[in-house]
Write a protein that binds this ligand. Structure first.
Ligand SMILES: O=C(O)C(=O)C[C@]1(C(=O)O)C=C[C@@H](O)C=C1
Length: 360
């Protein structure tokens, strides 16, 4: 699969004056609930109404969705409000039922994207459809798996494709439910700049207070749209209660989010930015020069260790460097996370250099 400008045609054809907005409850619970939220969202920026019908839950015994009955409620949403509809599909039966009920857009969840078998089953079931199909990132931060899932759909002849970034599972304690790993989504955009990319701030956040900030970051990174879980009574929702926002929260959020343009044609801006970019280029060259010099010193240490038969890894020394650099970094406005990542990469390169010397 190669990037192609046609990839964003389905989105461009909508001629939206704002990012694409997909909203609605995590789960369809009752017909009244589905219709109430849809009517609340009817005259807002929302383009597609979402509701989970089949809910894959981490542990059995929780509410697992109302099943095919909910598809009829989504049809009613379309009839009564004119909103287009979307739901998650996780196997060939779901696909068949969703297509029979004329659901306009389907999405594939993170727990399905992770399995090439399931992705292939879904792709085969979707073959030839002209519905829009969005693929959430897999639960683990693996870009190839995400792209592979989309590729299977592409190979099955589905042309209206897009990706949803919902964050990644982690065992680390963080403020997020699923860590965003924005770098991975940036890599996705670099490879497929014309593939519509939607952010799901609700699943990244896990709690509603973070939804606005995550949405703003996504828009600052040129995302094409947002999928926001929205419920008229979030605290009593049957699933994902903590992360859903009310329809009126969503309206305020859409009003307050800053939609920034990709670039600015004004010559004042261009003059300033090209001066600053020259500085960045020079600093990047200096960084590489310094890193090259650091590796030369590491090579000398490698020679010494080889002569004296000393191990490459020196944990005490390494921990001392890390501790000092984190403190130094703080005084220069660099986050601990960044300093750690950068020095771990430098250490690995240094070890690789010395290994090469020792094994030669
Ligand atoms: O101090 C050493 O012994 C080194 O080899 C240098 C270095 C480094 O790159 O800073 C590399 C490997 C060791 O684990 C510790 C530190």
């Amino acid at each position: 699969m190669e990037n192609n400008q046609q990839m964003r045609k389905w989105l461009d054809d909508m001629n939206l004056s704002h990012p694409l907005v997909i909203a609605g409850p995590c789960s369809a619970e009752t017909e009244d609930q589905v219709l109430k939220i849809a009517h609340d969202l009817k005259d807002t920026d929302v383009n597609y109404y979402r509701a989970g019908i089949w809910k894959p839950r981490t542990r059995p015994g929780n509410f697992e969705g109302v099943g095919a009955l909910g598809l009829k409620w989504l049809q009613k949403v379309k009839e009564e409000t004119g909103l287009k509809t979307t739901t998650e599909v996780a196997n060939a039966t779901h696909v068949k039922l969703a297509l029979e009920h004329d659901i306009d857009m389907l999405w594939i969840g993170a727990r399905s994207t992770v399995s090439p078998f399931i992705m292939q089953e879904i792709a085969d079931a979707l073959e030839g459809t002209d519905k829009i199909v969005l693929v959430k990132n897999p639960v683990n931060p693996d870009l190839s798996l995400w792209l592979g899932g989309i590729e299977r759909l592409h190979t099955a002849g589905i042309t209206k494709l897009g990706a949803i970034h919902r964050g990644f599972s982690t065992y680390k304690k963080t403020k997020y439910r699923n860590i965003p790993e924005w770098q991975l989504a940036i890599e996705f955009q670099n490879k497929f700049p014309d593939m519509p990319l939607i952010c799901d701030p609700s699943h990244i956040a896990g709690k509603r207070d973070l939804v606005f900030d995550i949405s703003q970051t996504a828009l600052d990174l040129n995302y094409d749209g947002l999928m926001v879980e929205t419920h008229h009574d979030p605290n009593n929702a049957w699933s994902d209660a903590a992360q859903q926002v009310t329809p009126s929260n969503l309206v305020h959020m859409m009003r307050d989010l800053k939609i920034r343009k990709e670039t600015d044609e004004a010559s004042e801006y261009n003059k300033k930015i090209s001066g600053l970019r020259t500085q960045i280029d020079e600093l990047d060259n200096e960084l590489l020069e310094l890193l090259g010099n650091r590796m030369k010193v590491s090579d000398e240490i490698g020679q010494l260790k080889k002569q004296r038969n000393v191990a490459v890894l020196q944990s005490n020394r390494w921990n001392a460097i890390l501790g000092r650099m984190i403190l130094e970094g703080e005084t220069k406005g660099l986050s601990e996370e960044f300093v750690l990542r950068m020095f771990k990469a430098i250490h690995q390169e240094s070890i690789n250099h010395q290994e090469k010397i020792i094994k030669a």
